[in-house]
Design a protein around this ligand. Structure first.
Ligand code: COA
Length: 142
């Protein structure tokens, strides 16, 4: 457990589910093809992945990141800070917590994807030392 200024960061537990999903929805991170329940089930508390939550002093789950690695690269998903908790360094702290989770497992590089509809957030990551990379991401539903 890691406590930053006014934020306690810890792994997701079962009682967080409703709050985490509400946070993701409120932050616009859930699109119709996402199933946040299934995403949590696959990622939380696994050997290669987890969901970390940030709890504000009022006991509210107001911050999140989903983190994992595939044996080669690490990935961050669902970086989210509740609207009324933004601008206090919680986003920075949670990205750092995700990076530390990966570093502790020997993963040398972290990546994340930003939707085309959310390019404004690039400057947030750039300010934390992340670089944009010229890659084409492809997908296929299995
Ligand atoms: C992006 C987000 C996580 C930032 O959270 P936050 O708690 O407000 O960020 P912090 O307070 O830790 O900000 C850290 C730094 O980034 C800057 N920053 C924050 N949001 C920014 C933005 N949208 N654009 C540019 N810079 C930003 C802050 O000014 C701060 O800079 P400083 O350290 O020089 O003062 C939050 O706005 C959010 O949840 N957005 C909606 C969900 C989302 O888009 N997630 C990313 C999906 S890829």
């Amino acid at each position: 457990m890691d406590t930053t200024e006014s934020l306690t960061i810890r792994p997701f537990d079962a009682g967080d589910r409703a709050a985490v999903i509400a946070l993701w929805r409120a932050c616009g991170l859930v699109v119709p093809h996402n199933d946040p329940d299934a995403d949590i089930d696959r990622a939380a508390g696994r050997a290669n992945s987890d969901v970390l939550v940030g709890v504000t002093p009022d006991g509210r789950v107001a911050v999140s990141v989903m983190v994992g690695h595939d044996g080669h690269r690490g990935w961050l998903y669902y970086v989210a800070v509740a609207q009324d908790a933004r601008g206090r360094g919680h986003g920075r702290a949670m990205v750092a917590a995700g990076e530390e989770w990966l570093r502790a497992r020997g993963v040398p590089k972290a990546q994340l994807m930003i939707r085309d509809t959310n390019t404004a957030v690039r400057d947030f990551y750039a300010g934390l030392g992340w670089d944009a990379v010229p890659r084409t991401v492809m997908e296929r539903w299995l």
